[in-house]
Design a protein around this ligand. Structure first.
Ligand code: PMP
Length: 439
């Protein structure tokens, strides 16, 4: 009886949350699922809804929960820091911000050394573009089609998905080269006989749509919102040479791919053996505590002219959270775990692809794996309705996954980096049942 009263109470509370969301939050802030999941609490790889149902979380708050929900090592440090020093703004230096900056200089590739901290990936990308313009004296920026950079006006201008660009965008000084999207090659070619023609489109774009010199090329190393699009092996090396020829800085947006997500390496760009002039980061960097990072080589960072400030950037609490997250990744050897468990997951997803014709493509790296769903493998017609159905079925079977892609037909899988093979087995079983139920 008590159980039933609690259930009825929980149902009321759930409805009340949904009502308030509708009444008081901008409608552009959309939720997954026909009946949105009202989250109540979470631990490690699991999330519980307000009615007590447990879910295995294979999306991690959009690639943000790197080391498990409410990781005890991270939260203990956050709590200690909150009791000691919560906020000073950047007008006083503190031990926490410099310790994090020093750590980042150690784990980022090449000569990246000086950091600017802010609160989100949007601000990080915005900072990188601003700094590139000041540091080079050039204005034009090349980004990629299917790319995503955030929710500010500049970040939306860099973004190349129509649904995110209905915001009075004025993209002056921003050009978009074709995406290295092999499954749907924009040039209608096939890798490797294509000669990685998409990379040379960056040069064509510079020569035809810019002043002839650029401030920066900014791209995600794996296009995240675009549907986990992984560029060919040669792609970034070719692009890097072109970017340098036209006087630009190479900016790797590692908001999704950073901090071990792709396995083996700290940052995605390291797999392509290119040393970027700047990296932007956010999401998984502090396991859910809001933080944004733009890290640059000293000479680029020193090119910032005039003043700037981010009141909360480098807040002692978020700095501690980020450093603790990095330490957990190091201590628990999660770069290796991500690589090993990611490979295990990938094999299982490929087996699902053999079983279900709906899965047109399996792609990704480490624990960032995507499934592109199509109505027909030959025509590759996108299957967004089936994608929505699959997500609903997975939820019913206690599994949370994400969605992306220009056509809304790519399943995004990005669990915490510290899951193991049995978590993968559980997730794939739920997906298998769900695929069988999709009409
Ligand atoms: N860059 C990339 C690659 C992203 O995926 C996102 C967020 N999805 C952003 C930038 C913007 O980050 P935020 O939402 O923290 O502003």
């Amino acid at each position: 009886m008590i159980q039933e009263v609690d259930k009825a109470q929980a149902e009321l509370e759930r409805k009340e949350v949904l009502r308030k969301h509708k009444d008081y939050i901008f409608p552009c802030v959309t939720n997954y699922y026909a009946e949105p999941l009202v989250a109540d609490h979470a631990k490690a790889q699991y999330v519980w809804d307000i009615e007590g149902k447990r879910y295995l979380d294979f999306f991690g708050g959009i690639l943000t929960i790197s080391v498990g929900h409410c990781n005890p090592k991270v939260t203990t440090k956050i709590k200690e820091q909150i009791d000691r020093l919560q906020h000073t703004s950047t007008v006083y230096p503190n031990e926490q911000i410099v310790a994090l900056a020093e750590k980042l200089a150690q784990i980022t590739p090449g000569r990246l050394q000086k950091s600017f901290f802010c609160n989100s990936g949007t601000e990080a990308d915005e900072t990188a573009v601003m700094l590139a313009r000041m540091s080079t004296g050039h204005f034009d920026v090349v980004a990629l089609r299917h790319g995503y950079s955030g929710h500010s006006l500049l970040a939306k201008s860099l973004t190349a998905h129509a649904p995110y660009r209905r915001a009075g965008i004025v993209s002056v000084g921003i050009s978009h080269a074709v995406s290295p999207y092999c499954y749907r090659c924009p040039l209608h070619l096939t890798y490797p006989s294509c000669g990685v023609a998409c990379a040379y489109d960056v040069e064509e774009t510079i020569r035809t749509t810019t002043s002839g010199s650029i401030a920066a090329f900014l791209a995600e190393t794996i296009q995240g919102v675009g549907g986990f699009i992984v560029p060919p092996r040669e792609y970034f090396k070719i692009v890097f040479t072109i970017v340098k020829k036209y006087g630009g800085l190479f900016v790797a947006d590692e908001v999704q791919t950073g901090f071990g997500r792709t396995g083996k390496k700290w940052f995605g760009i390291e797999h392509w053996q290119v040393e970027p002039d700047m990296i932007t980061g956010a999401k998984g960097m502090a396991n859910g505590t809001p933080v944004g990072l733009c890290i640059a080589t000293p000479e680029v960072a020193d090119g910032f002219k005039g003043m700037t400030i981010s009141t909360f950037g480098g807040n002692p609490v978020t700095s501690v959270a980020a450093r603790a997250t990095i330490e957990v990744i190091e201590e628990d050897k999660l770069l290796d775990n991500c690589d090993r468990v990611g490979a295990y997951l990938r094999k299982k997803l490929e087996a699902l692809q053999e079983k279900y014709p709906l899965i047109g493509d399996v792609r990704g790296m480490g624990l960032m794996q995507g499934l592109e769903l199509v109505k027909d493998r030959k025509t590759k017609e996108p299957a967004p309705e089936a994608t929505v159905q699959l997500m609903e079925r997975c939820r019913a079977h206690g599994l949370l996954i994400g969605k992306g892609g220009l056509f809304g037909n790519v399943i995004r899988i990005s669990p915490p980096l510290n899951i193991n093979e049995s978590d993968v087995d559980e997730a794939v079983q739920a997906m298998d049942k769900s695929f069988a139920e999709v009409k």
